[in-house]
Design a protein around this ligand. Structure first.
Ligand SMILES: C[S@@+](CC[C@H](N)C(=O)[O-])C[C@H]1O[C@@H](n2cnc3c(N)ncnc32)[C@H](O)[C@@H]1O
Length: 259
């Protein structure tokens, strides 16, 4: 029963945990997966690239199974990225889209997330590769993508009395370029800012919907979901991140509680 999973942070491997979640039960998945670039998450983030994609295909297949008809998935990914395991440059977003189409997801939107206004250079970042030489320069990461895909239908069922997006928000969030500064608090090595799940939840879900993040980190998606009167499920295989996520959520007052 999906009720057994609601409003919990579950410690475990995303693929294994998701296998037990009932099918056709989730309204929206919002996530930023590991990019396989050697981040210090405490597990192997430097797999062979094809093995990495194979694992993600398993997780994405589970994502498809658990979504309701009209349910959405939003994945935050970089464009091109240097895979530390092989020095292979990969168009990560493109590889994910091809896998997801193969699973059956329908194309919906491709949002550009600009981290710096007016193309400013990101602080404290370095472009590896050849220095001041056309030999092999790499570019700095000032933007990422948020790829949205649907299951079976582009229309999502819901109660119109449970819509909470304002006119101003709707006008702003329906642009396919979002400027949002990166999260400054770096207790977790790679969090996204609260603004990212906030916009997605407001634009694509109704109050009371169920939001799942299979790679929840320190809980950003779930904190915002609770704040916005949505149910949440978060999964992460790092016990410390799960502990921190649970504390953050406990400190978050839901709008339900404010009513
Ligand atoms: C990019 S971070 C997500 C950060 C999150 N959006 C936030 O704001 O905190 C990816 C997360 O995936 C987790 N992770 C990596 N491999 C995993 C796996 N096999 N199963 C579950 N979680 C995993 C890492 O511990 C990390 O917290």
């Amino acid at each position: 029963m999906i009720e057994n999973y609601l409003n919990k942070i579950i410690e475990g491997d995303a693929l294994e945990v998701m296998k037990d979640i009932p099918g056709n039960s989730i309204d929206m998945i919002i996530t930023s997966p590991p990019y396989n670039v050697g981040m210090p998450y405490g597990t192997d983030d430097r797999k062979n690239y094809l093995d990495y994609l194979d694992y993600m295909k398993g997780v994405l297949t589970e994502c498809y199974r658990v979504l309701i008809t009209g349910g959405r998935i939003a994945i935050n990914l970089p464009g091109s990225i240097l895979q530390s395991s092989s020095s292979k440059i990969a168009y990560l977003s493109l590889d994910y889209v091809l896998i997801m189409r193969g699973i059956g997801f329908l194309d919906r939107e491709w949002i550009s997330w600009l981290k710096m206004p007016k193309g400013e250079i990101p602080e404290k970042s370095t472009a590896w590769g050849s220095w001041q030489s056309p030999s092999c320069p790499y570019l700095r990461d000032a933007s990422e993508f948020i790829i949205i895909m649907d299951k079976e239908s582009h229309k999502k069922p819901g109660d119109k009395n449970k819509i909470d997006i304002t006119v101003k928000e709707f006008l702003q969030f329906t642009s396919n370029v979002w400027y949002m500064p990166p999260e400054k608090n770096r207790w977790h090595p790679a969090p996204f800012p609260e603004e990212l799940p906030y916009r997605l939840i407001k634009l694509y879900t109704y109050q009371g919907d169920i939001i799942l993040d299979p790679f929840v980190g320190w809980g950003t998606t779930c904190v915002v979901a609770k704040r916005l009167k949505r149910n949440y499920i978060g999964i992460d295989n790092n016990p410390e991140y799960c502990r921190m996520a649970t504390i953050k959520i406990a400190n978050e007052t839901s709008l339900f509680e404010k009513d």
